[in-house]
Structures are given as structure tokens and as C-alpha cells.
Design a protein around this ligand. Sequence first.
Ligand SMILES: Nc1nc2c(c(=O)[nH]1)N[C@H]1C(S)=C(S)[C@@H](COP(=O)(O)O)O[C@H]1N2
Ligand SMILES: [Mo]
Length: 304
Amino acid sequence: MLIRIRKPSDVASSEITPESHYLDRRTFLGAIAAGAAGVVAEGAGAAGSRADQEDKLTPFEDITTYNNFYEFGTGKDDPSKNAKNFRTRPWTVAVDGHCAKPGKYQLEDFIKPYTLEDRVYRLRCVEAWSMVIPWRGFPLKNLIARAEPTSRAKYVEFTTLVDPSQMPYQRTNILDWPYIEGLRMDEAMHDLTLLVTGLYGKDLPNQNGAPLRLVVPWKYGFKSIKSIVRIRFVEEQPVPTWVVQNPREYGFHSNVNPEVDHPRWTQKQERRIGEFRKRPTLMFNGYADEVAGLYAGMDLKKYY
Ligand SMILES: Nc1nc2c(c(=O)[nH]1)N[C@H]1C(S)=C(S)[C@@H](COP(=O)(O)O)O[C@H]1N2
Ligand SMILES: [Mo]
């Protein structure tokens, strides 16, 4: 396991809740200590674009019982209840589209070439709540390098499993199944963009998108598609599920932006799960130093 040197906008390990979530912290740091060449750099004074309020890890209990995973229901506690018996092995992942090295892999073979890292990211849902989650995964760019996309690949499209026998709400039409998401190639290549296999140093719980999900920390949570079975290099901009559902409310880019309200509510602030007082929402969810350059010259009110 490799613990990466923190960047200014990452959450420092010193910000992990000291007392109230001691067990979570101990479990997580124990997992880190078990790793070989782990180094956690503290970066004194590197406040960067973080909020002045402290970021603490959201407790494991909250991360795994307050979920959005509509394949298993629309209530926050539906996924933890209804995904208990979801089968995540065997699991096949297809990499295809415009690339020189397409393939179809069993999950274990798919993950094998990569070094897993632990990274703490904030997750900001479009519904104006947020969490701080210690993910385990590897940069998507490492997979892209192996797949060798051709010059025709302009976007990456991601697809969730379709299995109505296991995913009860796929027997309804609350969303247009399968759940689909997409990124521009430069967003997909950004170092912050992770393919995630675990959290708190353990394999992903089913309700959090086992066995493989995407995490794009500067975008609203719905871009972070769960239980992925296909990664495809495409020429045309993918049409994400939430854009099909309501194009007035959801756009392709979905960058966290306190200046662009959702048509039905403000995005200027958010409730951190476990807290009462609201926090101001930060541009690009606090990752502006790293990602603002991707959108230089773009009107982010138009391209929301
Ligand atoms: N396949 C799929 N992926 C999904 C969703 C979903 O309903 N289906 N919900 C999204 C939304 S709206 C959010 S906020 C995050 C929530 O991730 P979490 O439950 O691990 O916090 O997952 C995203 N990925
Ligand atoms: Mo969300």
C-alpha cells in the first residue's frame, strides 16, 4: 500500500477525528501501518483552498448507511439494507471503444497491475450534503495508459451493472438503466480521479459501489458511478443518466460550484453529515488549485 504525499487541498491525517471516532481511526491507521513503504506527509501550514472549518473523517457508520444508490432504492438507508446479498464475485470489467488494448477482465486481473493508495477526499452530493471519505483505489490515468486510447477517444464512458434480479429498483423506471456517467479525457487523466475498490482500508461495502467505482472529488457525487462493468473510450460526449432524467437540472460537467444554484435549491452551502451548522460550499469542492485549469475560459454557468 502506498500512502501518497498530501496536496494542499487534501485532508491531513491530523484532521482525522481524534476521540469520538477513535475505532474508525485506529482501524484505518492500522491498515496504513500494515502497508510497506507508507509515508504520510503532514505539510505544515498547507491550508491551500480548504475551508477554515476543520475537515474530519466521516464515521464509517455514516458513510455506509447514508447512501445514494438508486438501483437499491431511493431512501438513504435503502442501499445498506437492500444490497446486503449483492454478488460482487465473479465480476467482469470490460475496457473497450477507441483504444489499442481493449480487454475483458475478471476483477482480480483488472486490479492486479495497479498499486492501491489511500486518499481522503471530500464528497459533495448535489443534494447539498457532504462527507469526508478515506478511499482506497488507483488513479484512472494508470488504467488509461495501459489501454492506449487512440486519437479518436475524446471521452470516457462508464456503465453500472444491469441485473434486475439483484438490483430491485432496476425493475422500476425511476431512472433510465443502466446508470451511465462520463468524463472528458483530460478530466479522466487528472491525478485526482480515482478508480476505487475500498474505503477505510477495507473492500468497498456493497452500498458504496462494490466492487469498483469511480470517484471524482471536484464534481457532484452523482459523477462517482458505482459498481462499474464497462469503461469505454468514445468520440462523442456521453449522456449521463441524470442528464437524461432532467437536463434542466443536471449537466454533463457537474463541477461543484457555489455560484450556480440547482433550479430548486442553493448550492452555496452544504451540511456535512454528522454536523448541524452549515458549511460554505467551495469552488470545485475545494480542489480549485488542482483542477481550475481544466476549465480555463469556459463559462461554468452555461456548462454546469
Ligand atoms: N450506479 C449508481 N452510481 C451512483 C449513484 C446511483 O444511484 N447509482 N448515486 C450517485 C450519487 S447521487 C452519489 S452522491 C454517490 C454517493 O456515494 P456514496 O453512497 O458512497 O456516498 O454515488 C453516486 N453513484
Ligand atoms: Mo448525489
